[in-house]
Every structure is written in structure tokens, then in C-alpha cells.
Design a protein around this ligand. Sequence first.
Ligand code: AMP
Length: 112
Amino acid sequence: MENCIFCSIIEGKIPAEKLYEDDKVLAFNDVNSQAPEHFLVIPKEHIATPNDANDEALLGRLSMVASSIAKERGFSEKGYRLVMNCNSDGCQSVFHIHLHCLGGRQLSWPPG
Ligand code: AMP
């Protein structure tokens, strides 16, 4: 998709600190990290918002990849948060779905 920053990362046109890649998904560090560990897992297929997602296996894969990276990086036992923002009330700013994984510190709840 033209003018999609995450599609540009997938295509290698914009650099990213990649943590994992396979034929369906890519994971990379968030450029504006909100925790000691903060990475995003995205599908390679352009899907604008969670409302547009209809592939259960692909959505499940995002979550499995996130937990597997958290295990590899050694913060899974202490815990982490997985979140996917949707549209304006959800504060979605990049319209290519992405699962945030935040960890490495005590997070607060409820979120703002
Ligand atoms: P959201 O508000 O849920 O749409 O989150 C978008 C996230 O993408 C934010 O946390 C941004 O910091 C992150 N982000 C935007 N551009 C880049 C980029 N080029 N590389 C890595 N992360 C990015």
C-alpha cells in the first residue's frame, strides 16, 4: 500500500530494528518506545484497522510471535502487555494493524 509507513518497512524502504520476520509477519522495535521493551508485530498484508481484519489465524500469529519474542528477550515471566489500537478513540495513528508488546517495567492499569 502506497503511503503506508509499515508497508515501507516491510519493503525495506524505511529502516527498522527487526526482531523477527517470516512470510506472514514482521516484528520490530517501536521508534518511540514507551517501556524498556516495546516492539510491534505486524502482518505483511496491509490491513488498515482491526475492524478490517478477518483472518483469525493471522491475528493469532501476531500474538504468538509477540509472546515468543517476549520469552526470547527474557521478560515473559515478569509479564507484558499486548494491545492493538483501533481508530480515533483507540488512539490508532498508523493505519496498518500492529500489535504492541510492552514490557520490562511495571505497567499501570487502567490505561489513559
Ligand atoms: P498506534 O498509535 O497504535 O497506531 O501506534 C503506532 C506506533 O508506531 C507508535 O507507537 C509509533 O511510535 C510507532 N511507529 C511509527 N513509525 C514508526 C517507525 N518508522 N518505526 C517504528 N515504529 C514506528
